[in-house]
Design a protein around this ligand. Structure first.
Ligand code: FEO
Ligand code: CA
Ligand code: CA
Ligand code: CA
Length: 650
């Protein structure tokens, strides 16, 4: 089948920035964003290329003992369709959308086929958070496990998704199959390069069509019961899997982020009073925000239906927004939705493990004015008996962060009967608190943040770093405060938390601003005037915008990944999205890699020896990794190594 490759640039946004008020969400016309196609054809190239006065190309060698590579320049080419990594390094495509995963999977052939059964066994789309799990006692073999957050129209031979008509069920099934998680076995080959083990019994796809068990306080609860699952114990699938976590007992945590976009409740009166729908911004008219699956698959229509048991599918949205635990080493094991974590648009679940085996998992809720959370399991991990930890995630305390102007902060317990979470305030039980965690955090008095994305915990100090990616509503929809100090914060910032006594379970902490992202001081705009103060950063080193992915390596280098729309005028100096590295002590930041035009860089994992790094190129805009300008683009995991075989960054 022939096709117009320009169509491939079209993608659906992931709606990371859904505001509390659904009326401010983008229209379908915005989502399909035809202007992006023009830009990628070069329509704005002059504007982009003509706006880079004042940028230093890249940083030079510096005093930081941690950053031992030469920085790469920003990439301003509007047609850029490759990856550039620091001198002395190599970055190669390793695992792309459509690559075979499970036994019997056919090769990728998206022009010829819209076969959802094939997609079910192939790599999903929009690779996101990712972790490496070594086989016990081995350093040269492991499982790479990654999320597939959402899908792009070029999933289909037609490269289109038409939400104005009832969706064909086969297309919907393929989209559902392309969501979820991939588990792939990888090993170091004889030549020292990492390769996939294509026939591994561990290779596995988990998708929107994989049954999973509900566990924790909501398992079997009336709020989880639907006409399809009257017991409220088993959910079909996971979706919008964004960032991740790992447990001390070696399981993978995948986090369900923008699930509200997949549901609709058309009963206006019901919607207005149903906190579990309204506070999360479900659609209430037209179609659901993502893909209109409800037109082919009734469980995504959450309009209450009194003629059906349990109101039909009105509770189906309650079954998403959780942390899902997956044991990558047991391909037969059902994934488990752990409801004690609470329900919101969860970005990640970053582990901090104390000396005593007690732990915390830190999470952002990525929407404008939402909160930072942590979950502290009641029990402790005993490394000598890891099997005993298997159900530790089913009881514990969910907290939301309150950041005070003086640099102190408190973790507010979201516990029924505490902090105003009482029946008279609308929280009849702990189950209601967990399902409506956003409303509970509102009531408790948590601090509204500028779109919290990833958290990362320093491997020795246990300092917690959190990306606040951006918030154009700060100063209008949310008031300015010390922790969110810029009006119309288009470039975002990174905060640092220190728990009292470096104890993950502490309820008091101090915080400081690690950096404000944005333009270098003194940068001039096209008009020759200094760029506005709210767009100027405090970065010691290479500029970046919209920090999102965040991870520490073993040596304590902080790796920062960006996610901004690289054709927006405010991003013209930033160029293509980037992977950078920071020294937490000196705060120096150096750009390590730039991606192809249109992509986001996200997900980061290392081999045990630190000599291989994997990073994800999500939704490249032109034709990466083919980079021939004709082939439809594919989200792709990169394998990054040093030419001399050394440790990355060292
Ligand atoms: Fe899926 Fe907030 O990024
Ligand atoms: Ca994304
Ligand atoms: Ca993200
Ligand atoms: Ca983002």
């Amino acid at each position: 089948m022939s096709h117009d490759h320009e169509q491939f640039h079209t993608r659906l946004e992931s709606h990371d920035d859904i505001a509390i008020n659904p009326s401010s969400n983008p229209s379908l016309a915005d989502i399909l964003n035809p202007s992006r196609r023009n830009v990628l054809k070069g329509g704005l190239s002059v504007a982009i290329l003509g706006f880079f006065g004042g940028i230093s190309a890249c940083s030079k060698a510096s005093a930081s003992p941690l950053l031992n590579f030469k920085g790469v320049p920003v990439q301003l080419d509007p047609h850029f369709d490759r990856v550039v990594v620091a001198e002395g390094y190599r970055a190669v495509p390793f695992f792309s959308w459509g690559d075979p995963v499970e036994a019997g999977a056919p090769a990728w052939s998206p022009d010829a086929s819209d076969d959802w059964q094939a997609q079910l066994k192939q790599a999903g789309d929009n690779h996101d958070g990712m972790d490496f799990f070594a086989f016990e006692g081995e350093t040269d073999r492991g499982l790479l496990v990654m999320n597939h957050e959402y899908i792009n129209p070029y999933l289909h031979p037609s490269s289109t998704i038409d939400q104005s008509k009832p969706r064909p069920l086969d297309e919907v099934r393929k989209e559902q199959a392309a969501h979820g998680v991939s588990v792939i076995e990888v090993k170091k080959g004889a030549d020292g390069q990492w390769v996939r083990v294509l026939d591994s019994a561990y290779n596995r796809r988990i998708s929107m069509l994989t049954p999973m068990r509900l566990a924790g306080p909501l398992a079997g609860h009336a709020l989880m019961q639907t006409v399809s699952d009257p017991k409220g114990l088993e959910v079909l699938g996971t979706l919008n899997n964004c960032a991740t976590g790992v447990t001390p007992w070696g399981t993978f945590l995948t986090c369900e982020e923008n699930w509200p976009n997949y549901f609709i409740n058309r009963d206006q009166a019901d919607f207005a009073q149903r906190v579990s729908h309204k506070r999360y911004g479900l659609a209430s008219s037209g179609t659901s925000k993502n893909y209109a699956w409800e037109s082919a698959d009734p469980r995504f229509d959450a309009t209450p239906d009194a003629s059906q048991p349990h109101g039909g599918h009105v509770n189906e949205p309650n079954r998403f927004g959780w942390v899902v635990e997956i044991d990558p080493f047991d391909p037969k094991a059902q994934p488990i939705k752990r409801t004690a974590f609470g329900r919101f648009s969860r970005e990640c679940a970053a582990l901090s493990l104390g000396d005593d085996g007690k732990m915390a998992f830190y999470s952002g809720d990525d929407a404008k004015g939402e909160y930072i959370y942590k979950f502290v399991p009641s029990g402790k991990h005993d490394a000598s008996n890891p099997k005993a930890s298997r159900d530790l995630l089913d009881s514990g305390t969910l907290y939301a962060a309150k950041l005070n102007a003086d640099g102190n902060g408190q973790w507010l317990a979201l516990v029924h009967g505490e902090n105003g979470l009482t029946a008279e305030n609308g929280f009849a039980s702990q189950a209601e608190v967990l399902v409506n965690a956003r409303a509970a955090a509102d009531k408790a008095g948590a601090t509204p943040m500028d779109r919290p994305e990833w958290a990362a915990v320093h491997p020795r100090t246990r300092e917690v770093y959190v990306t606040l990616t951006n918030n154009d509503g700060r100063g209008s929809k949310q008031p300015l405060d010390k922790a969110n100090p810029r009006a119309q914060n288009l470039h975002g910032h990174i905060l640092r938390f220190n728990e009292q006594g470096a104890n993950p379970t502490a309820t008091a902490f101090t915080w400081d601003l690690f950096l404000l992202a944005g333009e270098a001081q003194g940068t001039k705009g096209k008009d020759g005037k200094p760029v506005p103060a709210n767009l100027t950063g405090t970065i010691n080193g290479d500029i970046l915008s919209s920090p999102d992915g965040l991870a520490f390596d073993e040596a304590g280098r902080l790796w920062i990944q960006t996610d901004y729309d690289d054709v927006e005028p405010a991003m013209q100096n930033m160029g293509c999205n980037q992977l950078l590295c920071a020294d937490p002590s000196t705060r120096e930041v150096r750009r390590f890699l730039v991606g192809p035009r249109g992509c986001e860089i996200t997900g980061l994992a290392w081999s045990p020896d630190g000599k291989a790094m994997w990073a994800n190129i999500q939704h490249p805009g032109i034709s990466f990794p083919a980079s021939d300008g004709k082939t439809r683009p594919r989200s792709t995991t990169l394998l990054i190594t040093r030419v001399d075989g050394g440790v990355i960054g060292a």
